[in-house]
Design a protein around this ligand. Structure first.
Ligand code: FAD
Length: 320
């Protein structure tokens, strides 16, 4: 019979992604409410040392799968290994961070095991011993409560939604046998973005610019983001114009973010953009069109020229 909560933790450059620690904390709370154990899974080339850290977040058992072919973005290889681990441990539920890798890996596992998956969850709770999820639908227009089918239920959690809380777990490390199985994907080249910037999905403060920026000079937004200790995002129009890299794009075909504060500057508020930021705690919109759609979503609406407002806000914040 399925038992326990499993969390797949993702390492990047030797550190666990913030969303993985958020998933572990939520997993620990779910495991406690069931009176069952929390199992963490870590896959990569040399992960047994960093994996030990997960005991600090309540992991009772830490399953380590080590192989050079599991390092980095390897959803196919990781899928094959993870399916073996799930079949062996038979957890009730498996949580992933809703990163690009987490979403692809969970979808592949869901298809192979023929079990349900809820993506980008905003809340998870137990009802009748089963996992129930809250997630947005229709581009963020509604928040639905969904049942997840199957003996092992899968869910990815949206970054920045759950708190990280430290807890004591037994932290037993178990190295598992790795069978990479058949992989029908050949890696030709890997380009890793080297950046000192705060990763958009993990930022507490995001200042985003749209077509109104009228060129690649985003310095006023960068200054405001730096003053807040946050990151700069962009609408697809700004990205398509070549002013910002695709990794900065927020929205349906970009990143989904949930910061404490999202400041949309010169962004009209198309539903594809809203889909990526509607669950931010507080949304401020600056737009010179009083009828801009974005004002239907914003908590604070500033009808003015962003080139006047953004530097003024930055100066005021610096005084604090
Ligand atoms: P615009 O719609 O041109 O809006 C610019 C805004 O700036 C206007 O509201 C204007 O009033 C305001 N403005 C102009 N000058 C100033 C000024 N000086 N001060 C203040 N305000 C000013 N879009 C995304 O963002 N992310 C996505 O992931 C995404 N995915 C998509 C997927 C699909 C399949 C499709 C079809 C579209 C997608 N889009 C996405 C595009 C989306 O539909 C919009 O076209 C886009 O979001 C608009 O970008 P924008 O708001 O920057 O530009």
């Amino acid at each position: 019979m399925a038992q326990g909560v499993m969390v797949v933790a993702e390492l990047f450059n030797g550190s666990f992604k913030k969303v993985s620690l958020e998933a572990l904390s939520k997993g620990k709370a779910l495991a406690d409410s069931l009176g069952e154990s929390l199992v963490a899974v870590v896959m990569g080339a040399a992960v047994s040392e960093p994996a030990k850290e997960l005991a600090k977040y309540g992991a009772d058992l830490i399953v380590v799968a080590q192989d050079a072919d599991l390092e980095g973005y390897r959803p196919c290889q990781q899928h094959n290994v993870l399916v073996d681990i799930i079949n062996d441990k038979a957890p009730r539920m498996v949580l992933f961070g809703a990163t690009r890798q987490g979403k692809e890996l969970s979808a592949n596992v869901s298809a192979t095991l023929d079990v349900g998956l809820a993506q980008e969850c905003l809340d998870l709770f137990i009802e009748d011993q089963k996992l129930v999820a809250k997630r947005t639908l229709f581009g963020g227009k509604i928040i639905a409560t969904v049942d997840i089918e199957g003996d092992t239920q899968l869910a990815t959690i949206r970054p920045n939604v759950f708190e990280i809380t430290e807890a004591t777990g037994a932290g037993v490390v178990e190295e598992c046998a790795v069978n990479l199985g058949t992989v029908n994907v050949t890696l030709i080249e890997e380009k890793v973005e080297v950046s000192s910037k705060i990763e958009l999905t993990e930022a507490d403060y995001i200042v985003s610019g749209g077509r109104a920026m009228d060129g690649p000079d985003f310095s006023i937004l960068e200054n405001l983001a730096a003053t807040l200790g946050g990151a700069v995002g962009a609408s697809r129009n700004a990205v398509d114009a070549g002013w910002r890299p695709q990794t900065d794009q927020v929205g349906q075909t970009g990143k989904v973010v949930s910061p404490k504060l999202y400041i949309a500057c010169g962004i009209s508020g198309a539903m594809q953009h809203i889909a990526g930021m509607s669950t931010s705690d507080v949304i401020v919109a600056i737009n010179n069109d009083p009828d801009a759609l974005i004002f239907k979503t914003s908590d604070y609406s500033i009808v003015d020229d962003l080139f006047d407002v953004v530097p003024a806000i930055t100066e005021e914040i610096k005084k604090l």
